[in-house]
Design a protein around this ligand. Structure first.
Ligand code: IMP
Ligand code: MG
Length: 200
C-alpha cells in the first residue's frame, strides 16, 4: 500500500497535517509517468498545458522527467460558485462543491492545431474541469490530446473522465500540498497531506 498516512509534516505557521503521499512516493511515481510519456511520444514534440495554479508544481517535476522536445503553456479556470470546505459534510464528504459551470480565466497562448498536447492537472475530482478543458482544447484540433493527472478521487466523479497518465488514486479526502490548496494556502507543502479538522 502506498499511503503513508501516519507521518506528519511540519512547517512554521502551518498546523501539523497527516501525510497521505510523501515527497519520495510522489517523486518516484512522477518519474514513472515521465517515462511513460517519453516512450509514448518517442521522436515527437509535445506541449504541456498546465491548469493554473494547482498543477504548476506537478508540471515542473513531470516535465523534467520527460526526455522529449517540449514547450509549456498554461490555462486558467474557475468554477462558478465553487466552495472549498473540506469539512462540510458530517458524512465524510470532502465538501468541494460547485454549481457545475466552468469559466476560462486564462486561455492558452499558442495554437494547438496539429500538436501533441498533454493537459496537466493536479487532481481529477468530479471531472467537470477536465471535461470542459478537453472540449475546449479538442476544438483546436490537436494531433493528440492526453491528460496527465497526479491524483484521482473516482468516488467523487459526476462527469465521466479518465486520465491517460495517472499518479495515484486516492480516497475521498480533501488534500493539500504539492500545488494543491485550501483557500490558496498549503500549495508549497512538499508532501500531499490530508486537511482534517476545521480550517485554521
Ligand atoms: P473537478 O472539476 O471537480 O474535477 O475538480 C478539479 C479541481 O477541484 C482541481 O483542479 C482542484 O483545484 C479542486 N480540488 C478537488 N479536490 C481537491 C482537493 O482534495 N484538494 C484541493 N483541491 C481540490
Ligand atoms: Mg485546480
Amino acid at each position: 500500500m502506498f499511503f503513508a498516512a501516519s507521518s506528519a509534516v511540519k512547517m512554521i505557521g502551518v498546523p501539523e497535517l497527516k501525510i497521505l503521499l510523501s515527497r519520495e512516493q510522489i517523486a518516484k511515481r512522477v518519474a514513472e509517468m515521465g517515462g511513460e510519456i517519453t516512450r509514448d511520444f518517442a521522436g515527437q514534440s509535445i506541449i504541456f498545458i498546465a491548469v493554473l495554479k494547482g498543477a504548476a508544481i506537478f508540471l515542473s517535476d513531470l516535465a523534467r522527467q520527460v526526455q522529449l522536445d517540449s514547450s509549456f503553456d498554461f490555462i486558467g479556470v474557475s468554477s462558478y460558485g465553487t466552495k472549498a470546505s473540506p469539512n462540510a459534510g458530517s458524512t465524510g464528504d470532502a465538501g468541494w462543491d460547485s454549481t457545475g459551470e466552468v469559466r476560462l480565466t486564462k486561455d492558452v497562448d499558442q495554437s494547438m492545431a496539429g500538436k501533441n498536447v498533454i493537459l496537466v492537472e493536479d487532481i481529477l475530482d468530479t471531472g467537470l474541469t477536465l471535461n470542459y478543458l478537453k472540449r475546449l482544447l479538442l476544438a483546436h484540433q490537436p494531433k493528440a490530446l492526453r491528460i496527465a493527472a497526479l491524483l484521482d478521487k473516482p468516488s467523487r466523479r459526476k462527469h465521466a473522465m479518465e486520465a491517460d497518465y495517472l499518479g495515484f488514486t486516492i480516497p475521498d479526502e480533501f488534500v493539500v500540498g504539492y500545488g494543491l490548496d485550501y483557500a490558496e494556502k498549503y500549495r508549497n507543502l512538499p508532501d500531499i497531506c490530508i486537511l482534517g479538522g476545521p480550517p485554521r
